[in-house]
Design a protein around this ligand. Structure first.
Ligand code: ADP
Ligand code: ZN
Length: 731
């Protein structure tokens, strides 16, 4: 008989240990396989962590160990899901992030191989359910249902999963508003690129960067290069070199559908050897692609965050393009950062890890400056093309604004008009979606807020609803104030929708496209909108930072940042860094082609160093200045942060648990700083109250083992769940 130590599928720290089951069958169970087991009278998925042989019978084993051991229900896999390296990586990631092992496995594996019961719902059949409108009448629907119906109406038909929640889709069908249509899933077509004829000759600066990285005695190297300096070509050359040494390449990008160009470059150069892990692959395709990589049939893997776990063997090079981008950090368990995991894997293989960025994260830059990482630089844009001419517009000066308008300055509107005449294109960035930033009563000042999380509600013109951007709550647009009853509802502030509307009034002839995460809700619309813009079907593209990253639009000669300051008001130690990053990325979008570009930045804080240095694209000066701030306020990279997240139905228990936890840490580690309990921005979610304790420490390696034990001991006690977010990006 075999005794199996099984991790069960629930990713709670209180259950983060193995449970024993036994197995007696013809096939031997190997560690790393999934098994179906009964747990609390439920059938759930387990992952076999260890296997021990015993000559005892089930009864003898139970008697000797003092508990009744059960048989597993069935064995799911015959061969282990993970190879030895990845198996070890699970331990390493879970102990670095103080996260349940099972959560690491779930982040690592494609959905059809995850240790979760849902993985059994067949990856093989690629059908998907679409919804179509039957009846547009909204009578008797809830606001959430209206929101969904309006989304479907606006798009003709959409995927059921794009409705947002199954229960809403089902309710709409029950009301006879929509019908479900089952269609075979379209395969995600990776375009067939022709093999590139002849790689470009590298510039001298690119050659130097390649040599530097290849011969650097540091494994991790920061490649810092302004936008348009030709980092991609460096990645390609490095990849060629490493492939010719017989080793494999892992290429990570922040978001595949936003960076199709990287896929194209790699596909063309390394034809036939490239696997792409794309979020739009069907589960079946992902499974196929995953297995193809595991078999060794692909030598180059291109993908976003979770591709850092690709079962590629013999890795010689890992590249993170735009390493500073937040999407590399998963914002739920296990809260891992792809950069950290890439470095762990790099160490294991003795591989080079290249971190590329125009505006590196402070952690990376500081390590490169201290010589922990190597440092390579591309100082100039290709062909010495200058950076765009940048002007800051002071929004506090009402005289320079369009009459009666607080959003558009005359300079910006004139500059846009000029581009329209010259048949050139414009990008306008505003880091807020929706129409207004909040809605208030003009009579009594009542502000419409979310009943769940108390944030302000945003007006969305497209479907005439008020929405909470934090928890998804919606309600109908009010016609009177619930406080004083007056019909004086005012919409204050602006987002992408309003920018489009106002622009339409100033420039009726302009063709305007919009791109934000509302648009991004419907699959493929992002790529489609970007392609249409590239084909010059729009003159102006209005969007959130989704369009600031990594695109090459040669005909864009003007970028306008409508309000540069939104990020500055965020309660995060990284507020200045993200604002600076947004401005430099935005400015870098202009003038990438033959023509030179302009950038106009509208701001209420024109003298804030993040704005003024962002406009100058002076990363080094910004880095120096901001590092002083971080030193004084004691934030990364001067200290490490660990956030502990408490959640409980009972608010008082939640507070008490976090206070006790904090006191415990302060007693144990007097030299670390503990803040909290902090009330997080979303203080109430999924029927639970939330609190936060933030630990600042210079020595995380010392504190983590103790912290890990403490969380294990306390999580789940008294109805309080604890999660840990190591190296959090907010706060
Ligand atoms: P980055 O990623 O640093 O912002 P890109 O890799 O997008 O920059 O390169 C900017 C532009 O320069 C691209 O249009 C690219 O095709 C071009 N380019 C890059 N390297 C070379 C080269 N060696 N010769 C000619 N053009 C190049
Ligand atoms: Zn809310």
């Amino acid at each position: 008989m075999q005794i199996l130590s099984v991790l069960i599928q629930h990713s709670k720290l209180s259950l983060d240990r193995t449970f024993s089951y036994c197995y007696d069958g013809p096939t031997k169970v190997k560690p790393g396989c999934r098994v179906l087991v009964a747990f609390n009278n439920q059938q759930i998925m387990g992952y076999v962590d260890r296997v021990d042989e015993t000559s005892l019978s089930k009864e003898d084993f139970s008697r000797l160990n003092g508990f009744e051991i059960s048989y597993i229900t069935s064995l799911i896999d015959v061969e282990p899901l993970l190879n030895e390296e990845l198996h070890q990586l699970v331990d390493e990631v879970s102990s670095y992030y103080l996260a349940p092992k099972i959560s690491v496995l779930q982040a690592m594996l494609p959905s059809s191989l995850k240790p979760a019961i849902s993985s059994l719902r067949g990856p093989k059949i690629a059908y998907e359910t679409w919804v179509e409108i039957v009846d547009e009448d909204e009578e008797g629907l809830t606001d959430k249902q209206k929101e969904a119906l309006r989304l479907i109406k606006a798009n003709g038909s959409i995927l059921k999963k794009e409705v947002g929640s199954d229960s809403i889709a089902n309710a709409l069908r029950k009301h006879g508003k929509i019908r479900f249509v089952k269609k075979e899933k379209e395969r995600f077509l990776i375009p067939e690129y022709e093999k590139e004829q002849k790689p470009r000759e590298l510039t001298i600066a690119q050659k130097e960067a390649v040599e530097n990285i290849l011969h650097n005695d540091k494994e991790v190297v920061l490649l810092q290069g302004v936008t348009g300096s030709g980092k991609t070509e460096v990645y390609l050359k490095l990849s060629e070199e490493i492939l010719s040494q017989g080793k494999n390449i892992l290429m990570l990008v922040p978001e595949i559908s936003l960076t199709p160009i990287m896929v194209e470059y790699f596909s063309r150069r390394f034809e036939g050897n490239v696997a792409i892990l794309h979020s739009e692959l069907t589960p079946a395709e992902k499974y196929d692609e995953y297995r193809r990589i595991a078999r060794g049939d692909a030598r180059v893997v291109v993908g976003a965050r979770s591709a850092v776990f690709a079962p590629l063997k013999n890795i010689g090079l890992i590249i993170l393009d735009e390493e500073h981008v937040e999407s590399y950090k998963q914002d739920n368990l296990p809260y891992y950062h792809a950069r950290e995991v890439a470095i762990m894997r790099g160490k294991h293989f003795g591989a080079k890890v290249v971190l590329g960025s125009a505006t590196p994260s402070f952690e990376t830059k500081a390590r490169a400056m201290k010589g922990v990482y190597g440092y390579a630089e591309l100082k100039k844009r290709i062909n010495e093309k200058g950076l765009p001419k940048t002007t800051i517009i002071d929004l506090r000066d009402r005289k320079i604004m369009m009459p009666g308008d607080r959003v558009f300055s005359k300079v910006l509107i004139d500059a846009i008009k000029q581009r329209l005449q010259r048949k050139e294109q414009v990008i306008l960035l505003i880091n807020r979606r929706g129409y207004s930033s909040y809605v208030t009563c003009g009579n009594c000042g009542h502000i419409f807020t979310c009943p769940n999380c108390h944030g302000n509600l945003t007006y969305h013109r497209e479907d005439e609803l008020l929405k909470c951007h934090h928890c998804g709550y919606v309600e109908a647009y009010p016609d009177h104030c619930p406080e004083c009853g007056k019909e004086k509802i005012m919409r204050v502030g602006f987002g992408t929708e309003r920018i489009v509307k106002v622009l339409n009034e100033y420039l009726p002839e302009a063709r305007i496209g919009r791109l934000d995460s509302d648009v991004g809700k419907v699959r493929k619309k992002v790529a489609k909108t970007l392609q249409e813009f590239r084909n010059f079907e729009y003159d102006i593209l209005v969007g959130t930072q989704m369009i600031a990253k990594g695109h090459d639009f040669p005909n864009v000669t003007l970028v306008g940042l409508v309000l540069a300051d939104i990020g500055l008001s965020q309660p995060s130690y990284r507020a200045a860094e993200t604002t600076f990053g947004l401005i430099t990325q935005a400015v870098g979008r202009s003038g990438r082609g033959e023509k030179t570009g302009d950038a106009l930045i509208q701001s209420y804080n024109p003298f804030h160093y993040a704005v003024s240095l962002g406009a100058k694209q002076d990363y080094e000066a910004f880095y120096q200045k901001e590092m002083q701030q971080r030193k004084i306020t004691r934030f990364p990279p001067y200290v490490f942060l660990i956030a502990l997240k408490f959640a409980a139905k009972d608010e008082e228990r939640c507070v008490r648990a976090s206070v006790e936890f904090r006191e415990n840490i302060e007693r144990q580690f007097p030299e670390s700083i503990c803040l909290g309990p902090i009330v997080p921005y979303i203080s109430f979610l999924a029927e639970k109250h939330r609190r936060l304790v933030l630990i600042k420490t210079r020595n995380p390696a010392e504190i983590k083992p103790y912290l890990g034990d403490l969380i294990h001991a306390l999580s789940g006690k008294g109805g309080v769940d604890i999660e840990c977010d190591v190296d959090p990006l907010d706060y």
